[in-house]
Design a protein around this ligand. Sequence first.
Ligand SMILES: [Cu+2]
Length: 377
Amino acid sequence: MRITARLLLAAVVALSVAAYACDDDDAPAPQATATGAAPYAATTATAAPAAVATAAPGPATFRVIGGKAEGAIDVEMFMPQDVRIREGDSIEWTASGIEGHTVTFGTEPQLQAIMAEYLQPDPQDPEQAVFNPEFAYRRGGNIVAGDGAYVNSGFFGIPVEQTYTLTFTKRGLYEYLCVVHPFMMRGSVAVEAPDAAVDSPEDVASRGAADFARYKAVAEAELASAKAVQRTHPAVGGARVHRVAVGLTTNFGQVAAFVPPELNITAGDTVIFENDDRNFHNVVFKGSRPEPPPGYTVYADPGGGGINVAMDKASARPAAPPPGGFDPATFLSSGSMGITMPRIVWRLTFTTPGRYAYTCTLHVFAGMGGVINVAAR
Ligand SMILES: [Cu+2]
């Protein structure tokens, strides 16, 4: 089955509803905690309560935020990162994010093998890339039994919040990561004896909520700082060069925004779009198309293992301006930029006055777009 990005919402809502329907423990539904942008200092002051409650006897479900987006700000951390539970307890990860996430337990060789083939030719269209199904799809059941087996949520949390639950049945220290964001999202689960005293699920959840508020505040400050950077400089022959950040990597994730989002230049100036090598983005001017192409298409696993994502070739392939330079009627794309992608920078020289809008088609639902206003020289 193959569906377009436009159908993703409906498909994932259906998957999400199914996930919730299967989740029949009697604990309360995940709460939308810490949606307010609490100041850093105030958050820090309340992040470590003096009295920590101990979990009641018997199997419990602990809640961990497996990445969380609010608007363009994507906090790509497990919150809290390290959790201590008991044999028989479960962890329910709740994820939302502009790119989705995974919860992946595996040995180093297993993870290395996946990272070595992070993107693969799409079997349905070899001209475009699809993510390695070994991490895109759910694998390994719902129990971590301490044998080093590969247990993986597959993509979840895009574009709506979803949950993934695992039960831990053997004492030990288990590490996991998100294969979509392995640079940031790493966590551990310490599994103790059934009668061990561990922090209550409520305390663990409040630690996660405090983490999120703190990380989000840091991202907001980093965005403000990035906007203050001087990005316009003299270039050749009286023209100027302007830099536009294609997405912003933050200490705890990323912001799906062009910085600056609106740029005023003069005919003859050059704009350099630049991305770090960590996050996926593109720069697309739709030209005379009524809409930009989709950034990706989504497959549903026929085996019921969730979804995989293909980088739609119309956006992923570079489409350079014609020899005459930037032309508002011509479709242009930087092609895919970012992790495992060849493109780091893309530059365009604008010679025709006008107002030109562009988007990152991968993150258009997070509002990732920009405008370049070109004044006559
Ligand atoms: Cu993007």
